[in-house]
Design a protein. Structure first.
Length: 233
């Protein structure tokens, strides 16, 4: 959070150290007016941070890098920094700002997660929809038939690896990583796009006699019997 300069003499001193031209240094009245605007912005920012903390505490966070506890503590630190600036302002001006009365949110345990069961359930739905899709099984049956020099094969391998990462995260209950698997749509779209590319390429390679005819996808009834434990290697 950007530090607000409270004292005019300190402001002038900093300008001189930075060799700011004299005509660009604010007068004291201009400085005070700008300071009031910055303080008002800071108060609004703190109010928003308190609301953000409360929302994240109830609903959880979306960051795939941090636990909810880490994210909540990060927001808390920003609130704490802002309140310190307001306290310095109050000490220098004698003007008390109401938001300073508000207590800091509590420090949360580092590994705290708001709704781990929901996160896991959403990831399982995403994984299931992916591995039960026609596109997934078409790729599984056909991508290795593409010669290694073609990009489509490597793209397919990358997409399948993403699906394996979902099942691995489910198996080991990696809740932070699982947060980014709450929607199957982007993965289904990747699978469908890859299926189309592979189908077009194999048709072309067939015409040239470089590959055998395209294999049909696994029947729906067969792959619907798959279970998570069967897929984890």
């Amino acid at each position: 959070m950007e530090v607000i300069i409270i004292d005019y003499a300190e402001y002038v001193s900093q300008c001189q150290r930075r060799e700011v031209p004299t005509d660009r240094i604010l007068t004291e009245d201009e400085f005070l007016e700008e300071r009031e605007q910055e303080i008002s912005k800071l108060v609004l920012r703190l109010e928003a941070l308190y609301l953000e903390w409360s929302y994240c505490r109830e609903e959880g966070t979306t960051s795939p890098r941090w636990t909810d506890g880490e994210e909540l503590n990060f927001i808390r630190r920003k609130i704490e920094q802002g309140k310190r600036q307001l306290e310095v302002y109050s000490q220098n001006t004698g003007e008390f700002i109401e938001i300073c009365r508000k207590e800091l949110p509590p420090v949360m345990p580092v590994y705290f997660m708001v709704a781990p069961e929901k996160i896991l359930e959403q990831a399982e739905v995403t994984w299931k929809q992916c591995v039960e899709s026609k596109s997934y099984h078409y790729i599984i049956c056909n991508y290795k038939r593409i010669p290694v020099q073609y990009e489509e094969r490597h793209i397919a391998e990358g997409i399948l690896d993403k699906i394996r990462q979902i099942q691995k995260s489910i198996k080991y209950r990696s809740y932070v990583r699982l947060k980014k698997y709450d929607d199957s749509k982007p993965y289904i779209e990747m699978l469908q796009a890859s299926e189309k590319r592979i189908e077009a390429l194999l048709a072309e390679l067939e015409e040239m006699g470089e590959v055998e005819p395209i294999q049909p996808p696994i029947k729906k009834e067969k792959y619907q019997q798959l279970r998570l434990q069967d897929m984890v290697q």
